[in-house]
Design a protein around this ligand. Structure first.
Ligand SMILES: [Zn+2]
Length: 166
Protein backbone atom coordinates (compact mmCIF):
# COMPACT_ATOMS: atom_id res chain seq x y z
CA UNK A 1 0.00 0.00 0.00
CA UNK A 2 1.23 3.49 -0.86
CA UNK A 3 -0.37 6.91 -0.65
CA UNK A 4 -1.76 6.63 -4.22
CA UNK A 5 -3.85 3.65 -3.04
CA UNK A 6 -5.78 5.73 -0.47
CA UNK A 7 -9.41 5.71 -1.59
CA UNK A 8 -11.26 9.02 -1.89
CA UNK A 9 -14.96 8.58 -1.21
CA UNK A 10 -17.44 11.47 -1.50
CA UNK A 11 -20.04 9.60 0.54
CA UNK A 12 -19.83 9.85 4.33
CA UNK A 13 -20.64 6.13 4.52
CA UNK A 14 -18.12 3.88 2.74
CA UNK A 15 -20.67 1.06 2.76
CA UNK A 16 -18.51 -1.21 4.90
CA UNK A 17 -17.18 -1.19 8.46
CA UNK A 18 -14.51 1.41 9.19
CA UNK A 19 -12.60 3.10 11.99
CA UNK A 20 -12.31 6.88 11.99
CA UNK A 21 -8.89 8.47 12.46
CA UNK A 22 -10.23 12.01 12.53
CA UNK A 23 -10.94 14.78 10.07
CA UNK A 24 -8.29 16.16 7.76
CA UNK A 25 -8.08 19.30 5.69
CA UNK A 26 -5.74 20.26 2.88
CA UNK A 27 -5.52 23.49 0.92
CA UNK A 28 -3.63 24.37 -2.24
CA UNK A 29 -3.17 27.67 -4.03
CA UNK A 30 -4.56 27.47 -7.54
CA UNK A 31 -3.96 31.03 -8.71
CA UNK A 32 -1.34 29.95 -11.21
CA UNK A 33 -3.17 26.94 -12.63
CA UNK A 34 -6.19 27.30 -14.88
CA UNK A 35 -6.91 23.63 -15.54
CA UNK A 36 -9.62 22.74 -13.04
CA UNK A 37 -9.29 18.93 -13.14
CA UNK A 38 -5.57 19.30 -12.52
CA UNK A 39 -6.33 21.33 -9.38
CA UNK A 40 -8.58 18.58 -8.03
CA UNK A 41 -5.93 15.99 -8.87
CA UNK A 42 -3.26 18.00 -7.04
CA UNK A 43 -5.36 18.56 -3.94
CA UNK A 44 -6.40 14.88 -3.93
CA UNK A 45 -2.76 13.77 -4.13
CA UNK A 46 -1.95 15.97 -1.14
CA UNK A 47 -5.01 14.66 0.75
CA UNK A 48 -3.92 11.05 0.08
CA UNK A 49 -0.45 11.79 1.46
CA UNK A 50 -1.83 13.31 4.66
CA UNK A 51 -4.25 10.38 5.09
CA UNK A 52 -1.50 7.86 4.37
CA UNK A 53 0.73 9.39 7.05
CA UNK A 54 -2.14 8.82 9.52
CA UNK A 55 -2.15 5.15 8.35
CA UNK A 56 -5.60 5.55 6.77
CA UNK A 57 -6.57 3.61 3.65
CA UNK A 58 -9.49 5.84 2.70
CA UNK A 59 -10.91 9.34 3.13
CA UNK A 60 -14.69 9.58 3.35
CA UNK A 61 -17.15 12.49 3.20
CA UNK A 62 -14.78 14.37 0.90
CA UNK A 63 -15.82 17.93 0.08
CA UNK A 64 -14.16 20.64 -1.97
CA UNK A 65 -14.37 24.33 -1.32
CA UNK A 66 -13.02 27.15 -3.41
CA UNK A 67 -11.85 30.34 -1.80
CA UNK A 68 -9.34 33.13 -1.79
CA UNK A 69 -6.23 33.69 0.24
CA UNK A 70 -5.04 37.22 1.10
CA UNK A 71 -7.51 38.53 -1.47
CA UNK A 72 -5.43 37.50 -4.48
CA UNK A 73 -4.61 33.81 -4.54
CA UNK A 74 -7.37 31.42 -5.39
CA UNK A 75 -7.42 28.37 -3.18
CA UNK A 76 -8.95 24.94 -3.27
CA UNK A 77 -9.61 23.31 0.10
CA UNK A 78 -10.60 19.72 0.58
CA UNK A 79 -11.89 18.24 3.82
CA UNK A 80 -12.75 14.69 4.77
CA UNK A 81 -12.45 12.02 7.45
CA UNK A 82 -9.42 9.74 7.35
CA UNK A 83 -10.51 6.17 8.03
CA UNK A 84 -9.28 2.63 8.03
CA UNK A 85 -12.01 0.90 6.04
CA UNK A 86 -12.28 -2.84 6.02
CA UNK A 87 -11.29 -4.37 2.71
CA UNK A 88 -14.20 -4.59 0.30
CA UNK A 89 -14.63 -8.32 0.85
CA UNK A 90 -15.11 -10.70 3.75
CA UNK A 91 -14.77 -14.45 3.94
CA UNK A 92 -17.68 -16.82 3.46
CA UNK A 93 -17.98 -18.74 6.75
CA UNK A 94 -18.67 -21.95 4.80
CA UNK A 95 -16.11 -22.02 1.96
CA UNK A 96 -13.72 -19.22 2.97
CA UNK A 97 -13.87 -17.45 -0.42
CA UNK A 98 -14.16 -13.62 -0.61
CA UNK A 99 -17.71 -12.26 -0.70
CA UNK A 100 -19.06 -8.70 -0.52
CA UNK A 101 -19.88 -7.10 2.83
CA UNK A 102 -23.52 -6.64 1.85
CA UNK A 103 -23.93 -10.15 0.38
CA UNK A 104 -26.72 -12.34 1.75
CA UNK A 105 -25.67 -15.44 -0.22
CA UNK A 106 -22.15 -16.65 -1.02
CA UNK A 107 -21.60 -16.34 -4.78
CA UNK A 108 -19.27 -19.37 -4.72
CA UNK A 109 -21.05 -22.01 -2.63
CA UNK A 110 -24.55 -20.56 -2.24
CA UNK A 111 -24.32 -20.53 1.57
CA UNK A 112 -26.72 -18.01 3.14
CA UNK A 113 -24.68 -15.44 5.08
CA UNK A 114 -25.67 -12.82 7.58
CA UNK A 115 -25.61 -9.31 6.21
CA UNK A 116 -23.01 -7.08 7.86
CA UNK A 117 -23.54 -3.31 7.89
CA UNK A 118 -22.26 -0.44 10.03
CA UNK A 119 -24.69 0.56 12.75
CA UNK A 120 -26.93 3.55 11.97
CA UNK A 121 -25.78 6.87 13.41
CA UNK A 122 -27.63 7.92 16.58
CA UNK A 123 -29.91 10.97 16.60
CA UNK A 124 -27.90 12.36 19.50
CA UNK A 125 -24.30 12.49 18.27
CA UNK A 126 -22.74 13.52 21.56
CA UNK A 127 -20.08 11.31 23.09
CA UNK A 128 -21.27 8.81 25.67
CA UNK A 129 -23.15 5.61 26.45
CA UNK A 130 -26.28 5.23 24.36
CA UNK A 131 -28.80 2.47 23.59
CA UNK A 132 -27.02 -0.09 21.38
CA UNK A 133 -28.64 0.13 17.91
CA UNK A 134 -27.59 -3.47 17.16
CA UNK A 135 -29.99 -4.62 19.90
CA UNK A 136 -27.41 -7.14 21.15
CA UNK A 137 -26.56 -5.15 24.29
CA UNK A 138 -28.36 -2.53 26.38
CA UNK A 139 -25.67 0.12 25.83
CA UNK A 140 -22.90 0.94 23.39
CA UNK A 141 -20.36 3.77 23.57
CA UNK A 142 -20.58 6.47 20.89
CA UNK A 143 -17.35 8.50 20.63
CA UNK A 144 -18.94 11.59 19.08
CA UNK A 145 -17.98 10.47 15.56
CA UNK A 146 -18.91 6.81 15.39
CA UNK A 147 -20.00 3.76 17.34
CA UNK A 148 -17.16 1.99 19.14
CA UNK A 149 -16.72 -1.72 19.94
CA UNK A 150 -17.44 -0.99 23.63
CA UNK A 151 -20.68 -2.31 25.06
CA UNK A 152 -21.97 -2.83 28.60
CA UNK A 153 -24.91 -4.51 30.24
CA UNK A 154 -25.70 -1.68 32.67
CA UNK A 155 -24.16 1.55 34.04
CA UNK A 156 -21.10 0.67 36.12
CA UNK A 157 -20.78 -2.83 34.60
CA UNK A 158 -17.41 -3.72 33.01
CA UNK A 159 -17.30 -2.98 29.30
CA UNK A 160 -17.09 -5.77 26.74
CA UNK A 161 -16.25 -5.75 23.03
CA UNK A 162 -18.64 -6.31 20.17
CA UNK A 163 -18.02 -5.03 16.62
CA UNK A 164 -20.21 -2.02 15.72
CA UNK A 165 -21.97 -3.82 12.90
CA UNK A 166 -25.44 -5.11 12.26
ZN1 LIG B 1 -19.12 -19.88 0.33
Amino acid sequence: MESADVEIIADADPGRPYTSLGSIRVRIATGYVTNNSRNVESVNAKLRKVAFRKKANAVIGVQYERGRFLGTWKTLTVTGTAVVADTADRECPACGKPIKWDATVCRFCGHAVERVKPLPEPTDRSEGWQPDPSGRHPERYYDGLQWTVWVREEPGAPRAEDPPWI
